[in-house]
Design a protein. Structure first.
Length: 368
């Protein structure tokens, strides 16, 4: 029984001894791992250096192999070149074989050449035997072509633009070119051109620029027109004003004067104006003036395009508009009506000659 208290002590000592042994073993393991890492750290650069040197050795070996193959190919190429040079030298050293010439072919070619030479000599003699050509002959064709171009341009000016002045100048230049050509067969062409010039110089010139400016001025003065609607207020104001009685003056002498006084006290004389027949509401005045704007603009367009019917119809509608809606007794109304009447008398598309006959004659002359 005396040994029982000592048993726990023994167990405690055994556990302590076991713990010490375990800690010592753990320290030994840690030390072993540290030594392994140190060895690995020392040998890693060496291994990397060995690998790099091996890779460089491999690259060097590959380069040497490539250079060796290139040298072999170059040697083969040089050998081939030397072989070709030897063959060429042998061919140059060999004697030339005689070349046989076909005398028949040579004689045929010589015969053909002689025939052509003889033909050329004959043509030269014929040209030398011809009489001298006048010095104006080389200029004949292009002068006539120039005249044809000028006549064509004049006809275009007349038919497309109605430009009489430019057409006259172009025809005069065409006639001068025909004279300079020196051709003796141009009488009919010049006679036709002279007839065309006579008709053009007698034609009525249309001042299109002046007409356009006049229509523009009329358009700018539309806002100055007094419309009948604006007279409504004046009429109503005057209608509502209390009229002053018009007393028939007389002296209070006799029966007649007394009668006058009596009648004057009964009847009051007032002066009334007749109400205008057509008046516009204030809201309609702007739309009415805008319609006149459009009609005058249409007249301008018709003048430029030489549309005679549209031009006259636009001006007629403008005059009718003024007479219906505007106060024509005012200075502006009278002026605008007068200018519209003057414009209506102008023919914006007068009949102009057609230069087709002159063109046909000169074209025929050029072909001949």
């Amino acid at each position: 029984m005396a040994d029982q208290p000592e048993t726990p002590k023994i167990l405690e000592e055994l556990s302590k001894a076991s713990a010490k042994a375990g800690s010592r073993k753990s320290r030994q393991q840690k030390n072993a791992r540290l030594r392994f890492l140190m060895v690995l750290a020392l040998f890693a650069p060496v291994a990397a250096g060995i690998a790099y040197v091996g890779y460089q050795q491999y690259q060097l070996q590959q380069n040497i192999s490539s250079i060796t193959m290139e040298n072999q190919q170059l040697s083969q190429t040089v050998a081939n070149q030397n072989s070709l040079i030897s063959q060429l030298q042998e061919q140059l050293a060999a004697p030339l074989e005689p070349f046989e010439i076909d005398d028949t072919a040579v004689r045929e070619v010589e015969s053909v050449l002689n025939a052509e030479i003889a033909s050329l000599q004959q043509q030269l003699q014929e040209l030398q035997s011809q009489p001298d050509i006048p010095t104006t002959q080389p200029n004949l064709d292009w002068k006539l072509l120039e005249a044809e171009f000028l006549i064509r341009m004049a006809n275009q000016k007349l038919q497309l633009e109605g430009d009489v002045t430019s057409a006259v100048l172009l025809l005069q230049d065409a006639d001068a070119s025909i004279v300079e050509s020196g051709n003796s067969s141009v009488f009919a062409v010049r006679q036709s051109i002279a007839s065309d010039l006579s008709l053009l110089l007698g034609a009525e010139l249309v001042d299109r620029e002046g007409i356009f400016i006049t229509l523009s001025n009329l358009t700018n003065r539309i806002d100055q027109i007094d419309l009948l609607g604006s007279m409504r207020e004046n009429f109503e104001n005057r209608h509502n004003i209390e009229s002053v009685p018009v007393e028939i003056g007389a002296q209070p002498n006799g029966f007649i004067d007394s009668t006058y006084d009596f009648l004057s006290s009964i009847f009051v004389w007032r002066k009334w104006e007749e109400k205008p027949a057509a008046m516009l509401a204030p809201a309609q005045e702007s739309a009415a003036k805008q319609s006149l704007h459009l009609m005058l603009g249409q007249a301008q367009y018709a003048m430029v395009t030489r549309d005679r019917e549209l031009y006259r119809r636009s001006l007629s509608n403008s005059r009718a508009w003024l007479q219906r809606f505007a106060v024509t007794e005012s200075a502006v109304g009278q002026t605008m009506l007068g200018e519209l009447n003057e414009l209506s008398r102008i023919d914006v598309s007068p009949s102009l000659p057609n230069l087709g006959n002159s063109l046909s004659l000169i074209s025929q002359l050029i072909l001949d």
